[in-house]
Design a protein around this ligand. Structure first.
Ligand SMILES: Cc1cc2nc3c(=O)[nH]c(=O)nc-3n(C[C@H](O)[C@H](O)[C@H](O)COP(=O)(O)OP(=O)(O)OC[C@H]3O[C@@H](n4cnc5c(N)ncnc54)[C@H](O)[C@@H]3O)c2cc1C
Length: 313
């Protein structure tokens, strides 16, 4: 099986080049933009730096019936080796804005979708934001964290005061209600998060900073942070931990091509060198089967699989 042909005709490419100049790249591999360092080329990758850029892309894709995918830090993504058809949008510029301050007795963080969560956490912790340590060490953009309801014992959704999104039909940022559950939100598929306001109760800055630091140290000891990975591959089933089940099923150290079930944390798959998306996806399937066979538990993926999974690339 081979990757399907580009969806962009010559005049599409010309229109995008005219609008975005050097901020659009064609047929460029996505691997460098993902934490796993895996993934084939996108038809077009656009660096969108303003609200108008995103509005243009959303409406253009809608009119042309082309898929549009927004990429954050790429820390929860397995992109197929055949790449992605349509447009991939990377936010930056005005979406990088981050403002964290004390307001009416709360720590309030206003962040554009491409602001980095670790920076928000560090600034909020230094003002004593209670609970922000639960978001420490997650290598996400604010938009990606919001989409995933990222967190640990505390999740980003708990602190949300406002979320503004852009869609093809409402291309300017508009507040929207979002429901949050474990690693999921009710955000519509086609909504691009523009910015987020979070609010935290005020606590003792020294204590919050210390707890944040503790979490970072603990992560370094328990997660394979030095090798390309995408965090936890499977969500924890109710009342148990996916990592514990995978380890008990004997999967630690299993390999497929350049992909390995981490020997440090069984719910992580690491790219030990040259792993293809198919290596990782076949390992995910094997691990899923092993846990089902051993314990009758149907693990659900946490990582998002996107793009074309083909062998012949
Ligand atoms: C070492 C490591 C540790 C991790 N630890 C944790 C953890 O403790 N807890 C946890 O929850 N996760 C963890 N993760 C997973 C990952 O960091 C989170 O899922 C994170 O929220 C992904 O954010 P991102 O910006 O990288 O999004 P991406 O991986 O780029 O994208 C993820 C999804 O979000 C969508 N998205 C991105 N930006 C936007 C936007 N602006 N608007 C709408 N949709 C958007 C994408 O389209 C995609 O569907 C870890 C990952 C790594 C590599």
């Amino acid at each position: 099986m081979t990757a399907s042909a580009t969806l962009l005709a010559g005049d599409d490419r010309a229109a995008l080049a005219a609008r975005f100049d050097e901020r659009v790249r064609f047929d460029t591999p996505l691997a460098p933009a993902t934490w796993w360092k895996i993934g084939g080329p996108a038809d077009a990758t656009i660096a969108a730096t303003s609200v108008d850029d995103v509005a243009f892309v959303l409406q253009w894709c809608f009119k042309r019936k082309l898929p549009c995918f927004v990429l954050g830090a790429g820390s929860n993504l397995l992109v197929g080796d055949g790449g992605m058809r349509g447009l991939v949008v990377q936010l930056g510029g005005s979406y990088d804005a981050l403002d964290v301050r004390i307001e009416d007795g709360a720590v309030v963080a206003r962040a554009g979708a491409s602001a980095m969560l670790p920076q928000l956490v560090a600034q909020a912790a230094s003002l004593g934001a209670l609970g922000v340590d639960g978001l420490a060490g997650i290598p996400a953009t604010v938009g990606g964290a919001l989409r995933m309801n990222a967190g640990t014992d505390r999740e980003i959704g708990e602190f949300v005061r406002d979320v503004r999104v852009q869609t093809a039909t409402k291309p300017q940022p508009a507040s929207t209600w979002v429901g949050f559950s474990y690693r999921q939100t009710t955000l519509p598929r086609d909504a691009i998060v523009a910015d987020v306001t979070l609010a935290f109760e005020c606590g003792d800055p020294a204590a919050v900073r210390a707890r944040t630091q503790d979490r970072l140290v603990r992560r370094k000891a328990t997660q394979p942070v030095a090798v390309p990975n995408a965090g936890s591959c499977f969500r924890n089933p109710p009342g148990d931990q996916a990592g514990r089940l995978i380890e008990a099923a004997g999967a630690k150290g299993w390999r497929a091509g350049g992909a390995e079930v981490s020997t440090l944390h069984a719910n992580f798959i690491v790219n030990v060198g040259g792993a293809k998306a198919l290596d990782v996806s076949s390992l995910l399937a094997r691990v899923h089967r092993a846990v089902d066979d051993a314990f009758g538990i149907d693990l659900h993926l946490e990582v998002h699989l996107v793009g074309e999974f083909v062998a012949d690339v």
